[in-house]
Design a protein around this ligand. Sequence first.
Ligand code: NCD
Length: 335
Amino acid sequence: MRHLLSTSSLSHADSVGVLDVAEEMAAVGQREVKKLPALRGRTVVNLFFEDSTRTRTSFEAAGKRLSADVINFAVKGSSVSKGESLKDTAQTLEAMSADAVVIRHPSSGAPHRLASSGWIDAAVLNAGDGTHEHPTQALLDAFTLRRHAAQLAGRSSSGTDLTGMRVAIVGDVLHSRVARSNLWLLKTLGAEVTLVAPPTLLPVGAHAWPCTISYDLDETLRGGVDAVMMLRLQAERMNQAFFPSTREYSRSWGFDEARLAALQSAAGDTVILHPGPMNRGLEISAAAADSDRSLILDQVRNGVSVRMAALYLLLSGEHHRGTADVQTTQKGTST
Ligand code: NCD
């Protein structure tokens, strides 16, 4: 792997490989000294053209735990036109000898442009581009689900995939890069995916995707799912009305108290995920977000381990040597 731009281009072996290295990284996070010297002397630049809380801070923590120098480049609000600003910024980064560039951009395809332009030599990690992809979010969601399944079964998660797991992705699929990245990765890992949304919030062409489509959340929940991923209603990407009112949206598509109660009284261990930021009371109720079925804080925690794995694999070469290095360092006492 030279760049991490999408999950649609990740093979099964690559995906499981990233999750396995992330497990090693999570073990480092349990130690008193949470730092590895693996990327000492390397520079990671966070280039965020769009707002972010979790993704930016977790890439920053990931880089620092691997001893890289992390530079946060705040470019939001730049008045230069998109194409030019990206090139100008890229050349500045090149002058700073960045080894990895983590980019979030409102335009779908911006990270691909950066990776294929020849403007920079660095590894490019897509931290969310328009409505296209958000690969590290999907990887951290898969990591969270894989750990949960392993815990239920009382076995180790290493080397496993998500075969047979039934996952519902619910809400604003139309504007969601998280939904797309998750769909591709979940399929690659063997899960069965149902997209649940009002017809107006499903992209044209979604019927050709490798998933089931449902317009009825209650019916999908009654049918039995192992995990429900709630999506944020992306008001900032909406320039027209996609549903009658927010109240009606919550009633039909939100994970409200009634649905939580139904879930808790039914047999099964269905868990609830949300990538954040949440609109509490809209697509998810506070009670559901804070319930014992929620894995939302695990997702945030796991984000650091998964991003450490991604940076490590891209900057240190092949998987096998990489994994061995982590293990060696863990046994040693260095930094
Ligand atoms: C997501 C994003 O930015 O795509 N958030 C995130 O990275 N945690 C989802 C969203 O904004 O709704």
